[in-house]
Ligand binder design. Structure first.
Ligand code: UDP
Length: 493
């Protein structure tokens, strides 16, 4: 009977097919399994190629209790290149088509839930869906189960993102600065903080047609799970919960357990450098002396920006690890080309051991946790932000898409742990500016010192949120307990 009851506590999770979403979904699944309150069967439902990566990520965890359910998906039918099942394979211009294509997963999800219901005599106890896949909420409601939305962004960034799309406040004023509903009246956002697609949105364009209904569906779910902690985002969480009028559980930072070393356990992806070689390279460097540069799993910068960044790094005289991806306009899968960088740059950096260029994918968490890493030049995707701050690493922001500019706004204005270098791919930057900003953040005194201290404080707050000392649990662990109890409780109709 006990076994039977356990089997019935089934949670089905549906992430957006993007590394920045699948990684925290997997971390959330592992965290829910870790709870001592109840035992759940967890199924992550996604498309075949993403399942392959997840299988690889899960093969390291034993006993492996997370199930994977394959949702058929044919990218060609949606006008996308063959085998496009993850945003990392796409140029930003095709992203909206990819987002629309995810609506085709509704029928396979319905079949999956019906199959589980038939086999187990009742529907899953809960579905957890991505904020980008709000339609899952409709499915859950119609099939008699609860749906929780998981936003893989921070609370502040999530609120800015949903309110900007739902209210389009920049369309109602000629001013460059405007108030965004949900934020205090004194707060101002700037037109240049909006991605081109949002700036140009009018409610009828392809982006609006996808994003607005997905947010609206998600706002009807039974609650939201946030990958953040009460200690680090008190304002964002307060504002988001007021805006949504739904229960919110801040259960983050959702990072993999320290025992799981290496990128494969998180994403199932192979790195462009062996973990050991990367760690040996870092071991040779002084404490806090290395700049780590990465623009996440799917974004990239323009060819001229890439040149300027390389020049700035060379001028700065600092050591660095740079995850190099093809610049805008090149095939994302393209092999590395020397002409993307100043003449002889890679060779000079290799010979002098000044810079390590990693092609495509790096063991990011291990790099950020190494004591030699002093600063992270990042696009400020939320996972990257959490990973940097959890190791007390201050940030140089270069937001490129999604809610990244709002994350930087918070990192600069609320937390004091970042400096913004530039925004998006359209801007012109110069090597001298890159050097100047790196110097500010790496400074052992003044602003650099202040940012480092604040980043360390945040790291300590994050640790407290996920630490259990005797009877006392950190805020995120308490939120996780409450989340689990809510999942176990009957759904109110
Ligand atoms: N990541 C990584 N190696 C890389 C690039 C990215 O391990 O070379 C991981 C990174 O640690 C993070 C995720 O991919 O967990 C990227 O998520 P984020 O929210 O930062 O950005 P996104 O890719 O969604 O824009």
């Amino acid at each position: 009977m006990a076994e039977e009851a356990k089997k019935k506590r089934h949670i089905v999770m549906v992430p957006l097919m993007a590394q920045g979403h699948i990684i925290p979904f997997l971390a959330l699944a592992r965290q829910i399994q870790h709870t001592t309150i109840a035992t759940f069967t967890i199924t992550i439902a996604t498309t075949p190629l993403n399942i392959l990566h997840l299988q690889s990520a899960l093969s390291s965890t034993s006993p492996n209790q997370i199930r994977l359910a394959e949702l058929p998906f044919n990218s060609v039918q949606h006008g996308l290149p063959p085998n496009t099942e993850n945003t990392e394979k796409l140029p930003y211009t095709k992203l909206v088509k990819f987002c629309h294509s995810t609506l085709s997963l509704e029928a396979p999800i319905r079949s999956l839930i019906s199959r589980i219901t038939e086999e187990e005599g009742q529907p899953p106890i809960c579905m957890i869906s991505d904020v980008f896949l709000g339609w899952v909420n409709k499915v859950a409601n119609s099939l008699g189960t609860r749906n929780l939305t998981f936003t893989t962004c921070g609370a502040y960034g999530t609120l800015a993102y949903i309110s900007l799309w739902l209210n389009l406040p920049h369309k109602k004023t000629h001013s460059d600065q405007f108030w965004v509903p949900g934020f205090p009246q004194s707060y101002r956002f700037h037109r240049t903080q909006l991605h081109r697609y949002l700036r140009e949105a009018d409610g009828t364009d392809d982006w609006s047609q996808f994003t607005i209904p997905q947010i609206s569906h998600s706002m009807k779910s039974d609650g939201w799970i946030c990958n953040t902690a009460a200690e680090i985002e008190p304002l964002g969480l307060h504002l988001l919960s007021k805006y949504l009028q739904l229960p919110i559980w801040a259960v983050g930072p959702l990072l993999p357990p320290a025992v799981l070393k290496g990128s494969r356990h998180r994403s199932g992806k192979e790195c462009g450098v062996a973990l050991e070689a990367c760690m040996e390279w870092l071991d040779l460097k002084d404490e806090n002396s290395v700049v780590y540069i990465s623009f996440g799993s799917q974004n990239t910068i323009s060819a001229s920006q890439m040149m300027a960044l390389a020049e700035g790094l060379e001028k700065s005289g600092r050591s660095f690890i740079w995850v190099v991806r093809p610049p805008v306009g090149f095939d994302i899968e393209a092999e590395f080309k020397e002409e993307w960088l100043p003449k002889g740059f890679e060779e000079r950096m290799r010979d002098t051991k000044r810079g390590l260029l990693v092609h495509k994918w790096a063991p990011q968490l291990e790099i950020l946790s190494h004591k030699s890493t002093g600063v992270f030049l990042s696009h400020c995707g939320w996972n990257s932000v959490l990973e940097a701050l959890s190791y007390g690493v201050p940030i140089i922001g270069w937001p490129l898409a999604a809610e990244q500019t709002y994350n930087v706004k918070m990192l600069v204005e609320e937390m004091g742990v970042a400096v913004e270098l530039t925004r998006f791919v359209e801007t012109t930057i110069y090597g001298e500016e890159v050097k100047k900003v790196i110097d500010i953040v790496m400074e052992k005194e003044g602003k650099g010192k202040e940012m480092k201290e604040k980043a360390k404080e945040i790291a300590s707050d994050m640790r407290k949120a996920i630490t259990e000392k005797g009877e006392e649990k950190g805020s995120s662990l308490r939120a996780m307990d409450d989340l689990v109890r809510t999942i176990l409780s009957p759904k109110s109709l």
